[in-house]
Design a protein around this ligand. Structure first.
Ligand code: BES
Ligand code: ZN
Length: 610
């Protein structure tokens, strides 16, 4: 397979010719479930002798490729479709003077584009209008528009989107203007900062917005708008905190779109417009840390970008690091340690699931012939965070490490880099601390599987209350009267409740049904709305084989599509022999309503595909 030398997940050859700007002119057709129109690509030859432009393509229907300057046809070929797409080669027009040309591609998407989810009116909160949203990361942009779908290429984009006039369009860009034409509305957008293809995003639906700060609005269906505006009321504070840490926010607006429940992630850092799952609408802002995370990506990821998904930790590990710094500025340094410890717990579970010697648990894995969707796990997030936390302590603490972070971001903004570039910069910046740096076991940290070689000494003061309560439940002798009361957990903040339940979940001890019932009653756990608490609680019920709770767990796993929640529940039920078929049946009956990635990944979890 002749994939790009710089990116195992893309056919593109930006070292031959590369796209500098994409203009999309698309009609949103809800009847056929397609985007139809054209993409006009500004192309620059990297090699003066270049004769072709190589793009990525997945399930697109191409009707013509022409030279946009004179309308002449250009020859093209589309290669064999492998698991994640095909090679799309267009002959370049002859070079005239400069090394630039413009190529127009008439095309439409396929109704089963892996980037797009088309919802019928009945699947929305309002129930009247249909809804469309995209999710391009990691490599699904190629199923939305012809592109060099590698984050090593950054280009600007503009778009002209036509929809029926009851609908609103939003994109990961700034709105230029909006026109009405009989029964149609036309939206024009512009992203004038060069971005990788995975950050192009669109959503269409019956959307309304409400301001939450001087540069921020929240978008949602009107049924959720007030709750959303309250939940994300701290957005501007988070943005300002992030700016202190990372430098000026360059994207102009920072808006948030609250998606329908089937959105497969917690959040997605689409520039100018974060996409977020409605499962973070807890009512008490306790899950708004997702916003701190996506805001952080405005620097770590969107300005300094991983050059391919083997270096994904440069996006996500750094983002966890900045996210937790923002949270600690708002809630105290102890909170940072509490979350880091909880993250480490998650890392242990992820490594256990993947297998301790699985090279996908390397901080920098090898993705040759591996779909990034299959490689996705907490490893780049939490091993990456642990590594940065360790380096910060080693090099002298936040006073020296935060200025380094800012300088690194400033040096590599608008670029795509690999791990070595970061490491070399670290050595250059701390040239007076080379000995300390040489004491780091680089090879193990970066290229060996399993848990990190060093675990920082985290402050446990906020964690102790959780582990202590868990210990009391495990040790309680059921022949004695229950010593537990609601106030055990009333003073815990929501993250501590999650940590308490996680502690019980990871413990080798099986709790009797009697203990589980006592716990459910004493703490009213079945009434909890907070999705993170509900998630571990249901997993704990499954672990302790509480059969009656299986239908709650299956409902939870199908009424929303966030993979972080959906996949572990299906995996747990698969492991429970007596429940396996039931889980499979529920999956089969619901999979058509799931987004492509979610359905595909759960099928793998249930061993229904290879
Ligand atoms: N960029 C990711 C989401 C993503 C990663 C989509 C890889 C597709 C492929 C986003 O920033 C993210 O990490 N979301 C987390 C948020 C959490 C860590 C606060 C999520 O979805 O859970
Ligand atoms: Zn992220």
């Amino acid at each position: 397979m002749a994939l790009s030398p710089g990116d195992p997940s893309s056919y593109a050859r930006p070292d031959v010719a590369f796209v500098t700007h994409t203009h999309l002119e698309l009609t949103v057709d809800f009847n056929q479930k397609v985007l139809e129109g054209k993409a006009i690509l500004d192309v620059e030859r990297k090699l003066p002798s270049a004769t072709e432009l190589i793009l990525d393509h997945r399930k697109l229907i191409i009707s013509s490729t022409t030279n946009a300057i004179d309308g002449s046809n250009l020859q093209y070929t589309i290669g064999l479709n492998v698991e994640f797409g095909s090679k799309f080669v267009i002959q370049l027009p002859p070079a005239v003077g400069d090394n630039k040309c413009k190529i127009e591609i008439e095309y439409k998407t396929s109704p089963d584009s892996t980037a797009l989810q088309w919802l019928t009116a009945e699947q929305t909160a309002g129930g009247v209008h249909p809804y469309l949203f995209s999710q391009c990361e990691a490599i699904h942009a190629r199923s939305m528009f012809p592109c060099q779908d590698t984050p090593s290429v950054k280009s600007t984009y503009s778009a002209k989107i036509s929809v029926s006039k009851e609908l609103t369009v939003v994109m990961s860009a700034l709105l230029d203007r909006q026109l009405e034409e009989s029964d149609k509305k036309i939206y024009e957008f512009r992203q004038s900062i060069p971005i990788p293809s995975y950050l192009v995003a669109i959503a269409v639906g019956a959307l309304v917005s409400k301001p939450v700060g001087p540069r921020s609005k929240v978008w949602a269906e009107k049924e959720f708008i007030d709750q959303s505006a309250y939940e994300f009321g701290e957005t501007e504070t988070m943005l300002q905190t992030a700016e202190q840490l990372c430098g000026p926010y360059v994207w102009g607006m920072y808006d948030i779109l609250v998606l329908p429940p089937s959105f497969p992630f917690g959040g997605m850092e689409n520039p100018c417009l974060t996409f977020v799952t409605p499962t973070v609408l807890a009512g008490d802002r306790s899950l708004a840390t997702v916003i701190a995370h996506e805001i952080s990506h405005s620097w770590t990821g969107n300005l300094v970008t991983n050059a391919n998904f083997e270096h994904f930790w440069l996006n996500e590990g750094f983002t966890m690091f900045v996210e937790r710094k923002i949270n600690s500025r708002m809630s105290g340094e102890k909170m940072r340690h509490f979350e880091a410890l909880h993250g480490l717990q998650g890392l242990r579970e992820a490594i256990k699931t993947l297998g301790e010697t699985n090279q996908l648990t390397n901080l920098v894995p090898n993705l040759n012939n591996v779909d990034p969707d299959d490689a996705f796990s907490l490893v780049p997030y939490e091993k990456g965070h642990t590594f940065l936390f360790y380096l910060e302590q080693l090099l002298g603490g936040p006073e020296v490490f935060e200025p380094f972070l800012k300088s690194y971001l400033d040096t590599y903004k608008y670029k795509s880099i690999k791990t070595d570039t970061w490491k070399n910069y670290l050595y250059k910046y701390f040239s007076d601390k080379v000995e300390l740096l040489n004491s780091v076991d680089w090879n193990t940290w970066l290229y060996k599987p399993g848990m990190p070689p060093v675990i920082p000494d985290y402050d446990k003061s906020l964690t102790n209350a959780c582990t202590e309560l868990a210990r009391r439940w495990i040790e309680w002798d059921e022949s004695t009267v229950s010593p537990f009361v609601i106030s055990d957990i009333e003073n815990l903040f929501p993250g501590q409740k999650v940590a308490f339940l996680t502690e019980l979940h990871k413990s080798p001890t099986i709790l009797s049904l009697n203990k589980m019932q006592q716990m459910a009653n004493t703490y009213q756990l079945d009434l909890v709305k907070n999705s993170e608490i509900r998630f571990v609680w249901l997993r704990l019920c499954i672990k302790n084989r509480w059969e009656l709770k299986v239908s709650d767990a299956l409902n939870f796993a199908t009424e929303q599509g966030r993979m972080k929640f959906v996949r572990p529940i299906f995996r747990d039920l698969y492991e429970w022999q007596e429940m396996r078929q039931r889980a499979i049946d529920v999956y089969l009956s619901k999979k058509n309503k799931m987004m492509y990635v979610t359905a595909h990944m759960v099928a793998k979890d249930l061993h229904l595909s290879d």
